[in-house]
Ligand binder design. Structure first.
Ligand code: R5P
Length: 294
């Protein structure tokens, strides 16, 4: 297997190559004055199983097209198999029809990748695992939650309360709980499908005097975590931290979260930023090693 260093995830791809012992294939890339993308593989991929490491956080459309171009270039240059390693998969939240007239964006992305030459996909904490059945090739999601929880164990937060911001994310809190060895619970969250506005409640939650870590797959505007932190403060939590896999942190999201009394924001390098304190490299390297000969 060879690791193709996607322009959006070069540092992560380098770490994965080091941990797997795979040869690296750099990618030359540029954007033309009119905004169009150009890529060129700077290595031989003939008869190789290649893993393209390319996240698709903003600017997601450009990064998706780069991924498609790289896959197509790999196939044109006679790669035997193309696995797309996409730590953050854009459009995964539009995974079903919520309102009539919509499309299923993630399905279109999957079909586009297939048409470009992708044969398999590895992603991390896709918003809903059921989405994987929409892919026209084998697709797998890994969970980085145990790695995030381990970060807090190392920080001295063993036994902290693992909180999910809504019932649907309770499985995330439970994964964290199995590492933290403390309690777990969830808030109730409702979303208005037209305005996107959410509201949360913390009925029945006993966090008084406790250290609480709010775990989520994504932090985008930070609204969910700000709302959760407010409830935790009202319930008397002693310390509040937050961890997510994909720290999109749009605008001043981090500042708003910290202003809401959260002591630390932790994310992975699926979306590279100064809060990417946990690397996905060991998790992805392990998954790739299992397929290295395939
Ligand atoms: C939604 O269901 C996701 O799991 C996250 O809770 C959501 O994307 C976070 O968005 P925001 O940071 O804008 O509240």
């Amino acid at each position: 297997m060879k690791i193709i260093l996607g322009p959006a995830s070069t540092a992560l791809a380098e770490k994965i190559a080091e941990l797997t012992g795979c040869e690296k294939v750099p990618v030359a890339y540029k954007t033309f004055p009119d905004g169009e993308n150009y890529i060129r593989l700077e290595g031989n991929v003939q008869n190789e199983h290649v893993a393209i490491v390319q996240t698709t956080c903003a600017p997601q459309d450009s990064r998706l097209i780069q991924l498609a171009f790289i896959a197509a270039a790999a196939k044109r240059n006679k790669a035997r198999k193309v696995t797309a390693v996409v730590p953050y998969l854009a459009y995964a939240r539009q995974d079903k029809i919520f309102l009539s007239g919509e499309g299923i964006s993630v399905e279109t992305v999957a079909q586009m990748l297939k048409a470009a030459g992708v044969d398999a996909l590895v992603t991390v904490n896709i918003h809903a695992e059921s989405t994987l059945s929409r892919f026209p090739f084998p697709a797998k999601t890994l969970s980085a939650i145990p790695l995030l929880a381990e970060y807090f164990v190392q920080k001295g937060c063993k036994k902290a309360f693992a909180l999910a911001p809504d019932k649907g994310a309770m499985y995330i809190a439970e994964q964290a709980q199995s590492v933290l060895q403390g309690e777990a619970g969830h808030l109730e969250k409702q979303r208005d499908r037209y305005t996107g506005q959410t509201s949360q409640t913390g009925k029945g939650l006993n966090v008084k005097g406790k250290a609480v870590i709010i775990f989520d797959d994504i932090i985008s505007t930070g609204g969910t975590i700000v709302g959760a932190a407010k409830i935790l403060r009202e319930l008397g939590a002693a310390h509040v931290y937050t961890a997510c896999v994909h720290g999109l942190l749009i605008g001043d999201a981090e500042k708003r979260i910290l202003d809401a009394g959260v002591e630390e924001v932790v994310a992975t390098d699926s979306v590279p930023s100064h809060v990417s304190k946990v690397s996905l490299a060991p998790l992805i390297a392990k998954a790739l090693k299992a397929r290295k000969s395939g």
